[in-house]
Design a protein around this ligand. Structure first.
Ligand SMILES: [Zn+2]
Ligand SMILES: [Zn+2]
Length: 359
């Protein structure tokens, strides 16, 4: 199948901000705001893949962890720390491993499941909160957190070809911690200690390796890849000034280089939320390039949301993806989402993250 032209290339950037991205005027792309009702990495990416709200898909926090009770357990993990873990192991206690809600657990359908069932070939690489992966019509290599290594690639034989460093390329957090064992705060201190220049070099190299790995895999009708550096650098060094210049230069370069190599009929750039200063913003970006620009019809005054991405991708392939979001190609039905619930859920999640000192 190599050589056949990709119909749609979707490039995701965690924390790509609508205003900051638009300011840079990426060539060949029309940039729209993409509203994120729960602007937190785990829930928002899962909404992008499923078209469902946090309430429906069940991924409630940053890493896609399970339920409130589990969340408390993960916090305990943080306080137990590494030495505590070794003690737990010596005492032969059941290890306090993190558990994740991913597509293995949620009832929501993922867009690549819908397309696979319709015979569309997919290639999905490094999209966050997708481990462990399941069967698709094509290739799926999971994204951050890359856990349960036995189940991070479909087809399984592919894992022999995926270099051991792949998790680090996906996410700089993997350079500093095992997300199954450590608190989500663990990596920030270490990254900060490096100063800005160290991570810049590491991120530039690793990102290039991830892009090259993606391009080395056989092509498909739908190709998706995600990069996480904006959000990670933003949390440690803030998004503005030098880190912002570095990140957005890299975004434009990646869009150009990966786009030129894949040469898709249409291109979509997406993000789970924005990032300005030291915090997430509600508005991620939706960049549209190629034939897709003539196919999207937005009602006057309508702002697309992260829930609209999956049904719109379905619409572009003529395959209805039933969910809470809207198909912006107008092929599928426009439905009304329970917005109030989204807002309550967001307040709830943001409150807890603030309590934990994450925001
Ligand atoms: Zn994010
Ligand atoms: Zn973040």
């Amino acid at each position: 199948m190599q050589g056949s032209r990709s119909k749609l290339l979707v490039m995701g950037f965690d924390g790509l901000d609508y205003e900051l991205f638009k300011q840079r005027g990426p060539a060949g792309l029309e940039v729209l705001p993409l509203y994120s009702p729960v602007p937190v990495t785990g829930p928002a990416w899962t909404s992008i893949y499923t078209g469902d709200s946090t309430t429906t898909h069940g991924v409630r926090n940053v890493y896609g962890l399970e339920t409130r009770r589990r969340y408390a357990r993960n916090e305990l993990l943080h306080w137990v720390g590494w030495y505590g873990h070794q003690l737990f192991r010596l005492l032969r206690f059941k290890p306090l491993h993190r558990r994740y809600v991913t597509r293995a657990r949620t009832q929501s359908k993922y867009i690549w499941d819908t397309l696979s069932a319709a015979g569309v070939r997919v290639k999905v690489v490094a999209m966050p909160i997708t481990c462990p992966v399941r069967k698709v019509n094509g290739i799926h290599v999971g994204g951050f957190p890359v856990v349960t290594r036995k189940a991070w690639c479909y087809p399984a034989e592919l894992s022999e070809k995926v270099p051991a460093d792949y998790p680090k390329w996906c996410d700089i957090i993997h350079c500093f911690q095992d997300p199954e064992l450590h608190s989500h705060r663990h990596w920030k201190r270490r990254l900060k200690a490096m100063g800005l220049e160290g991570p810049k070099k590491t991120l530039a190299e690793n990102t290039e390796k991830l892009a090259a790995f993606f391009l080395s895999l056989p092509g498909a009708d739908l190709e998706m890849i995600q990069f996480s550096f904006i959000d990670r650098l933003g949390h440690v060094f803030g998004m503005g000034g030098a880190p912002e210049e570095f990140c957005y230069d890299m975004v434009l370069r990646l869009i150009r280089n990966v786009g030129d190599a894949v040469r898709p009929e249409a291109m979509m750039v997406i993000s789970d939320h924005g990032f300005q200063g030291d915090a997430h913003t509600d508005y991620g970006a939706l960049g549209l390039g190629g034939t897709i620009r003539d196919l999207i019809h937005l009602p006057a005054g309508y702002t697309p949301t992260v829930l609209d991405v999956a049904p719109t991708i379905g619409g572009l392939f003529g395959v209805p993806h039933l969910c809470e979001g809207n198909d912006l190609t107008g092929v599928g039905p426009y439905v009304t989402r329970p917005r109030e619930e989204d807002e309550r859920e967001k307040a709830d999640i943001m409150g807890r993250l603030r309590e934990l000192g994450y925001l």
